[in-house]
Design a protein around this ligand. Structure first.
Ligand SMILES: Cc1cc2nc3c(=O)[nH]c(=O)nc-3n(C[C@H](O)[C@H](O)[C@H](O)COP(=O)(O)O)c2cc1C
Length: 326
């Protein structure tokens, strides 16, 4: 590992817990990002106003996510949330993505340098949405989401370099509904609940219903950079949805299972782009009380130096010359 990529411990997290430095406040808020199975597969180092974001391959569930796609989508979400947090606190984050990509390393996802900027009402509203966002798997109402609104969400993803495809067509939606059900059967049912973790059971938001807005986040290529961009785009789409009063639920199983992913690609997306994540969008009933927050790793534990640099068997996707490589 080159000296520049060596993770450093955040200095004095304990000592300054009552009055965090701006960079630590940014990390503290970015911890709220959604992640695959709430795995929070990231680590941060802070040095003055410079922040490094690392993928934490010790938290990789290789069995469910063999390519590491969803781990890096989660890291992209954390990166997006860090930028939103910085803006909301009156800073601008100058981001360098995969600064060591020529060395075929994909554990350093991004370097962020905070520079003073102006607070804006929009930045404050986005930060509020970040703190309010939850994965709301409760049944949506039957009010359809206007296609114009879904297109706005897709445009916000596009602003972050992603490609979000809305599926208003009834035949496409029927195919997606079928593929989501098939993925659940092939995957042995919905993932089980873990202590304090997500509840992904059939009938609790994991199936597609007739009035749902449906969006597929796609990319032209498969690989760490593309997946991180998908995560950043999903972050933008999700916070835009929150600001419009909409709930979002990602459905990853149809992508995790290669057969259903390929069918989604060929029968719904015309074979033109690679599907990376499906999301349902809908309205919760007025007056529905808020959901409790899911738990997060402490600021202290995510800002420690990463304990190891390798995955369970010493391998990490994106480190070799294979399709996930640079
Ligand atoms: C890449 C990715 C894939 C996800 N896939 C699913 C899914 O298939 N089903 C589901 O119910 N939630 C899914 N989620 C939502 C996470 O479970 C959720 O973000 C996490 O439990 C934290 O909860 P929160 O979003 O309420 O903060 C996914 C999230 C991410 C980032």
């Amino acid at each position: 590992m080159s000296p520049a990529s060596t993770p450093r411990a955040a200095t004095g997290v304990h000592a300054v817990a009552g009055a965090l430095s701006p960079a630590l406040r940014v990390v503290d808020l970015a911890r709220r990002a959604p992640s695959i199975r709430n795995s929070q597969p990231w680590g941060w180092s802070v040095d003055g106003t410079t922040i490094h974001l690392y993928a934490d391959w010790d938290r990789w569930r290789r069995r469910d996510d063999p390519a590491g796609r969803h781990l890096l989508i989660s890291c992209g979400l954390a990166l997006h949330h860090a930028e939103v947090a910085a803006r909301g606190l009156g800073w601008e984050a100058v981001v360098s993505r995969f600064p060591h990509r020529d060395g075929a390393r994909h554990d350093l996802v991004a370097r962020l340098d905070l520079v003073p900027s102006f607070s804006s009402p929009d930045g404050a509203a986005e930060l509020t949405a970040l703190t309010q966002r939850r994965t709301d798997r409760r049944r949506f109402t039957s009010w359809p989401v206007p296609e114009e609104l879904v297109q706005d969400l897709c445009a916000s993803a596009g602003d972050r370099g992603g490609l979000a495809v809305s599926l208003p067509d009834v035949v496409d939606r029927f195919r997606v509904q079928h593929l989501v059900g098939l993925a659940q059967r092939l995957g042995g049912g919905a993932p089980v609940e873990s202590a304090g973790g997500p509840r992904w059971l059939a009938g609790t938001g994991t199936s597609v219903e007739v009035h749902d807005g449906l969006v597929v986040l796609c990319s032209q290529a498969d690989g760490p950079e593309s997946w991180t961009t998908v995560g950043e785009s999903l972050g933008a789409l999700w916070l835009t949805a929150v600001r419009r009063g909409l709930a979002v639920v990602p459905l990853s199983q149809v992508i995790e299972i290669e057969d259903t992913r390929q069918s989604l690609r060929s029968s719904v997306l015309g074979g033109l782009v690679l599907p990376q994540l499906l999301v349902r969008v809908g309205w919760q009933p007025i007056g529905h009380t808020g959901l409790p927050r899911t738990s997060r790793r402490s600021l202290e534990s995510v800002t420690r130096p990463r304990p190891t640099t390798t995955g369970p068997d010493g391998a990490r996707p994106g480190t070799g010359p294979g399709p996930s490589g640079p």
